[in-house]
Every structure is written in C-alpha cells, then in structure tokens.
Design a protein around this ligand. Structure first.
Ligand code: FAD
Length: 463
C-alpha cells in the first residue's frame, strides 16, 4: 500500500544542535521525521571545533523541547552558568539528546544529502507542487520521500575564500596545502603544524581572535613560533572593541589581550592587507595583499562562512541577493545594520520560501551574516515545526528568551577547566526596551564588530 503525502516524514538535514532541536520539537508533536546527518555521529561540525569554548553559557545552549525529552531520560543538566567547550556541547548534551528513545531510531548517520527536489518535477512546474512529495537524494544514491524538508546543515563545510574580492585569490587553490580553515586546534591536536613555525592569520572576527590568542600562547611555549595578523581594515580598533571602556567587559578583555600581544610584538599586525595572491615557494607560502607580501609556513583563513544552496537549487528559493538568507530575514540580521546586533525573534513566516514545506534553519538560515546564536536557532526550530503542524498561532508567537545580560560572554579563556559566565556583556538597547514583551528585540551583542564584505567579513560568533 502506498504512503499518502500526509503520512510521509519530515526530513531534517543535519544532526547539529539546531537539527536535533527540530527533531525534538517534531517528536513532541508526534510528527513522523527522519534526521539525515552526514557525519558518523551527532554534531559532527561542533566536534570539529570541540577545542573552542562557547561564549554563551549552558542555559542558552539547550533547546526547550530537547530539555524536556532529556529530563524524561534522566539527564542531569550542566550548570547553567558555565561556558562549555564545543566538545562538551557535543558529548554532554547533543549525544545524549540524539540517544533519547524518541529520537534515536529516526536519526541516520553517514547520510549526506546531495539533492532535494520535488518527485517527478523540476522547479519550473507549478501544478500540484504543494501536494507532491519532496525527494531527498543521499550520497549513496538512496532516495527518500518527505512531506517537508528542514535544512539545518550549517555552513561550517563551506568557508569563505582568502581573496579579498570574494573570489579565490590568485594561486589560492594551488596553495591549498598551506592554508588552514578556521579554528585549527593550535594548542592540541594540530600543535605540530604551528610550533616553531611562522603563521599568518587572515580575518578580524571571533575565529581569528581565538586562533591568534592560541598562537600567542604557543609562541611562549615553542621557540621559533611567530604570528602575523593580516586584516583588510586600516585599524584593528573594531576587533579590540572598547577594552576597559567597553560596555561589554568580557569583549573588552578579549580585545585587551589581543592588543597587548600586538603591543609587545608577540603578534605582528599588518593592516590594510587585502589578499590578492598566494604562492607556494620553497616549502613556504607567500601571500600578497596590496600593501606588501608576507612569507610564512602556514596561513589560517578566518574569513567567515558561506551557505551552500547548490543541493537545494531545484527548489523555489527566495534568497536575499546579498546575504543568502530569506529576503524577509535579511533586514533583521544584516551585518551592515547589526554590527553590535539586535536581532528580533523570528520564525516560520520570515523563514518561508516560495517552495511549500521547505525551510532552512540554524546558522545556514543567516547566510553570510555572522551573528547567529543557538537560542535564535532553537526558536526557529520551534516555530517552523509548529507551522508544519498547522499550529500557526504557536508558529507566530515567536519569542526569544534572552536576558539583558550574560548571553554572549565573549572571553574565550582557554586555560581553565570551569569557566563561568561573568554576565553583563549584553546591553539593552533603547529599541529593545521600547518593544512589547514577547516581540522584544533580543540584545545579541557579540564578540567583535562586523567589517562587511570580503575577507574581513567577520565579527560575529561563527566567523
Ligand atoms: C567556534 C564557534 C563557536 C560558537 N560559539 C557559539 C556560542 O557560544 N553560542 C552560540 O549561540 N552560538 C555559537 N556559535 C554559532 C552557532 O551556534 C554554531 O555554529 C552552531 O553549531 C550552529 O548549529 P547548526 O545546527 O545550525 O549547524 P552545525 O552545528 O554546523 O550542524 C550542521 C550539521 O549538518 C550536517 N550536514 C552538513 N551538510 C550536510 C548534508 N549535506 N547532509 C547531511 N548532513 C549535513 C553536519 O555534519 C552537521 O552535523 C559558534 C560557532 C562556532 C564556529
């Protein structure tokens, strides 16, 4: 007997924090679902930055439906004020969540999605579109049918290029063996690639700052280690933030640590450097950027991420031409406007595409905007699942339960086992106070200030 359209599962692409949150909400609403995760376990991308400490404490990193399912399974929630490492987020929350009995049988690992379309039609055909199953193709050739698709596949696998003009620098592809993408484990698994070597870090956001601080620490341990920091801007002031005068003490502390390493010469800062070409030569790499050429052993490219829309290109998407989010979401997250960000809560309405039953949520939903927070993604998941359940009242009752302080604690202290949120890092804007409760603009001030465009396009949490 064939399965009717309404009996088909919702396919969730990606078993990261937001994909698993969507699964938890689907399970609570008893909507059939399948999670398709490319990795061999949950949170494959988070595990890649497992050595990095989150800047938001546990209380904002756990989805509400996930918390309820985990509580039923006897889970003991970590101290809400502690800032976990990425590995702790994966091991202490996402692995147990993926293993709860209502989720586990519905998660498929080693299942990379390579295409999504409508069964028997390309994106030109209009008739019967909404009632025709979505077809999800996996890398192993398997096809699955779904009544809706939630794309929570993130952006980690598609980093931005080094080239300042948004296209690869001359020679960038040929020199790939010398280029590391964001957040190598400088003090851990990847130490040998950096110890005693000269590394140039390109970028001005959170990833660059983390890597620079780790390299500066390594320079104190391993003789011969040297660090160059290349930014396109003419000043690092925006990355340093307000330091002691910063309304956000933790952000100020991070900026101060960076500045002091620059001042004492541990980090050599090169400003006005817009990467144009990269050349491997005699076992080293030369990177040229208008104001000069830097020769190093390694390059760390911390220039942000881009969403990959290629595998959903047979769907009818309404993408913002700049950010690659939905057009409705773009003005709410535009880094040109939200450098110290206030992002209103948003949900199914803002995330909808012309394609019925298709939503991108999580960090991918922000496209190139670097200011995504898990708490925002969890609210997206709740709202989208409510919409798929036909519960539009709940879908539209979007809220962001972020307090005025303590959300974005941004001092990634790397040398202590238990780091707690110091609070006080997120100010309340006048606009926020003017909004009615429930639709309030949540203060999402992040670690550093956005420089838009090109290789310094960075400055949020996930760049
Ligand atoms: C270093 C770092 C620190 C951060 N710290 C914080 C913080 O403190 N607080 C905060 O709120 N946010 C933080 N963020 C931002 C954001 O919350 C994280 O990036 C978060 O992991 C995003 O979750 P996600 O589920 O949207 O995407 P991801 O975690 O990237 O998960 C996507 C999943 O999809 C899978 N996948 C990808 N492509 C496919 C495919 N084609 N088929 C099947 N599966 C696929 C991946 O394997 C992965 O498991 C941080 C980000 C980074 C990089």
């Amino acid at each position: 007997m064939s399965t009717s359209f309404d009996e088909l599962p919702v396919a969730v692409i990606g078993g990261g924090p937001v994909g698993l949150a969507a699964a938890a909400h689907l399970a609570e609403r008893e909507i059939p679902f399948v999670v398709l995760e490319a990795g061999d376990g949950p949170a494959a991308m988070v595990r890649q930055w497992g050595h990095v400490r989150l800047f938001s404490p546990w209380r904002y990193n756990v989805d509400a439906a996930a918390r309820r399912l985990l509580a039923e399974a006897g889970w003991v929630e970590p101290d809400p004020d502690v800032l976990p490492m990425g590995a702790q987020l994966a091991d202490d929350y996402l692995r147990p969540l993926a293993d709860v009995p209502t989720l586990k049988p519905h998660i498929r690992y080693d299942s990379r999605v390579v295409a999504v379309t409508r069964l028997g039609m390309d994106r030109v055909r209009t008739a019967d579109r909404a009632s025709t199953p979505l077809l999800v193709r996996l890398a192993d050739g398997d096809d699955l049918l779904a009544r809706a698709v939630i794309d929570a596949s993130g952006t980690w696998a598609t980093p931005n290029v080094l080239g300042a003009s948004g296209i690869p620098a001359h020679g960038e592809t040929q020199a790939a063996a010398y280029v590391e993408h964001a957040l190598p484990d400088v003090l851990g698994a990847d130490r040998d690639r950096f110890a005693g070597k000269r590394t140039v870090v390109v970028g001005a956001g959170h990833s660059a700052a983390n890597t620079l601080l780790a390299l500066a620490e390594l320079a104190g341990q391993a003789p011969g280690t040297s660090v160059v920091w290349a930014i396109r801007s003419t000043s690092a002031a925006r990355t340093y933030g307000g330091e002691a005068a910063d309304a956000l003490p933790a952000r100020g502390a991070l900026g101060s640590r960076l500045r002091s390493h620059v001042d004492d010469g541990t980090i050599e800062l090169v400003t006005g450097f817009a990467v144009q070409s990269v050349e491997a030569t005699a076992g080293r790499v030369r990177v040229s950027g208008g104001v000069g050429t830097i020769t190093a052993d390694r390059i760390v490219s911390a220039t942000g991420f881009r969403p990959d829309h290629t595998f959903v290109s047979e769907l009818r998407l309404d993408l913002d031409p700049i950010l690659g989010s939905t057009r409705a979401l773009a003005p709410l997250i535009d880094p040109n406007e939200h450098s110290c960000g206030t992002v209103p809560p948003h949900g199914a309405d803002e995330l909808a595409h012309p394609e019925p039953g298709f939503y991108a949520i999580g960090v991918k939903s922000y496209g190139r905007a670097p200011t995504f927070l898990l708490a925002t993604g969890y609210e997206q998941a709740r709202s989208v699942v409510a919409a798929l359940a036909g519960d539009w009242a709940a879908a539209r009752d979007v809220q962001l339960d972020l307090p005025e302080t303590g959300v974005c604690n941004s001092d990634p202290v790397l040398d202590s086992d238990t780091i707690t949120s110091s609070g006080g890092c997120c100010g309340t804007t006048a606009a926020a106070e003017a909004e009615p409760a429930g639709r309030r603009r949540a203060p999402l001030t992040l670690i550093s200030v956005t420089e838009t465009g090109g290789s310094d396009q960075a400055g949020g949490c996930c760049d």
